[in-house]
Write a protein that binds this ligand. Structure first.
Ligand SMILES: *Cc1c(COP(=O)(O)O)cnc(C)c1O
Length: 463
């Protein structure tokens, strides 16, 4: 992930290992509101609170490591997206970022729809009362069983990802006596990550049907002929952790171009366009994400303008934010176990979790920040690498960060912005017990996903 287009803070080349993003913050005790959930604050006695509860109390009651999710913040973010897009658009929360039954109920309350991409996610959504017609089913290789379950349940749309799936879904729908609403996922030759996007002629990835070479147009041709399908629109998802709207601009231009081609060839104006998710959040103070209302305004304007030029009725837009809703709402709380200074290099701080609760640093070289949250400190900043307890040297939670030099075993540290793709990607590596997710709201904390136990591990081991 290149950060080249990104303004870094002042560099301390002589004291910091090469590639380190920035100098220590002016005040290590300060909590940057950009990366912390909205109710997180530090009390006058120095302990950090979320939803009015001190992290020391939370650690005593729920143990560490644990994810603490600010329900107020989650609902505010969900509502901000819903409000920004208004009644003429749909917001689908991408369940893969983090899904639990409580989350499904919050989304339902706040008027959002839901994306799922497996039978397990679908079951979770339905069991928590999300109406099937507000669910979209994604994935590049849905099984026959999953497709059957989804169609029987009456999901609002299935997003078709391949030529085989067009036929498969049509066949299953027909055999169930149904006509399934579908979108076709296309790849528009735009790939966006963080601050940059690249537009290429061809797409080399497993998702979607390429626009290039007329494949997407051919997919539409086939879908329109099949009785089991009602083609309602075109879907495009260009990447993740995106800050730059120009990728969406190119994508929308190309999707609308396809809609125009469909109108010209078949005399059909498809009523919907889905621009996917991928909107970025602040993992560190260096990131400057956009607000939902800015994103809504930009996307709506882009699509209307493109449609006007193509003389098409503006289709209903849908978007699929995952990370942008849940990411900033949670932090992971760890207890410091060991501290190992390596002369002239850095100090390794080991915590009681690691790659089993946050794989993103190892997987994507993701950046995070960290803070001492059980007390304040006036000690000098020390450059640290926060690592886990797993049997991999790549078991890194926070690559480079500053913590106070008087950090000691038993201190609680927290990594913010871990609401998305952390618990949902958590593993049992080294037979770790996956941490709980605790929702905190207005002075009350409640477990929404409980901590795994050794009994859970042994229950699966039936040999
Ligand atoms: C992953 C994904 C999303 C959500 O991405 P975020 O980065 O969490 O916003 C939305 N739509 C599709 C199709 C996806 O695969």
């Amino acid at each position: 992930m290149s950060r080249s287009a990104h303004p870094a803070g002042p560099r301390h080349a002589d004291v910091l290992p090469e590639g380190h993003p920035s100098a220590p913050p002016a005040d290590l005790n300060a909590l940057d509101g950009k990366v912390w959930a909205s109710t997180v604050t530090r009390t006058p006695d120095g302990v950090v609170t979320v939803g009015g509860i001190e992290v020391t109390t939370l650690a005593e009651e729920f143990g560490t490591p644990a994810y603490f999710l600010d329900e107020t913040d989650f609902r505010e973010r969900a509502r901000a997206w819903r409000t920004a897009f208004g009644p003429d658009a749909d917001v689908f929360y991408a369940g893969k970022a983090f899904l639990s039954r409580a989350v499904v109920r919050w989304l339902h309350d706040e008027g959002l729809n839901l994306d799922v991409c497996s039978g397990g996610e679908l079951t979770t959504a339905l069991s928590a009362g999300m109406p099937a017609d507000r669910i979209a089913f994604h994935g590049n290789n849905k099984s026959v069983e999953e497709i059957e379950t989804a169609i029987r349940a009456g999901v609002g749309r299935i997003v078709l990802d391949s030529f085989q799936e067009i036929v498969r879904v049509a066949h299953i729908a027909q055999s169930l006596g149904k006509r399934q609403r579908v979108q076709i996922r296309i790849t528009v030759g735009v790939e966006a990550h963080t601050h940059e996007f690249i537009a290429t002629a061809h797409e080399d990835q497993k998702f979607g049907i390429p626009l290039a070479g007329g494949q997407a147009a051919e997919a539409v041709r086939r879908a329109l002929q099949l009785d089991g399908l009602e083609l309602i629109g075109i879907h495009s998802h260009i990447g993740s952790q995106i800050f730059d709207m120009s990728g969406f601009e190119v994508a929308a231009h190309r999707v609308v171009g396809l809609l125009k081609g469909i109108r010209d060839e078949h005399g059909v104006e498809l009523p919907e366009i889905d621009l996917g998710g991928g909107l970025g959040i602040a993992y560190t103070s260096d990131d400057d994400p956009r607000e939902p209302h800015e994103i809504a305004k930009a996307l709506t304007e882009i699509v209307s303008r493109e449609c006007e030029t193509a003389r098409l009725r503006t289709p209903r837009i849908s978007v699929e934010p995952g990370r942008a809703i849940v990411g900033p709402t949670a932090f992971t709380l760890y207890e410091v176990g060991t501290i190992k200074p390596l002369d002239g290099l850095r100090t390794y701080v080991s915590v009681d979790g690691g790659m089993s609760d946050n794989i993103r640093t190892a997987l994507y070289d993701a950046e995070y920040s960290v803070a001492l949250v059980s007390r304040t400190s006036e000690a000098a900043p020390m450059l640290v690498r926060v690592v886990g307890k797993h049997c991999e040297s790549g078991d890194i939670v926070v690559k480079d960060a500053f913590l106070p030099a008087d950090l000691a075993p038993g201190d609680l540290i927290a990594v913010p912005a871990t609401g998305a793709y952390c618990r949902s990607m958590a593993s049992n590596y080294n037979h770790a017990l996956r941490p709980p997710v605790v929702a905190v709201r207005e002075g009350e904390a409640r477990v929404i996903v409980r901590r795994e136990t050794e009994e859970d591990l042994l229950r699966l081991d039936v040999g």
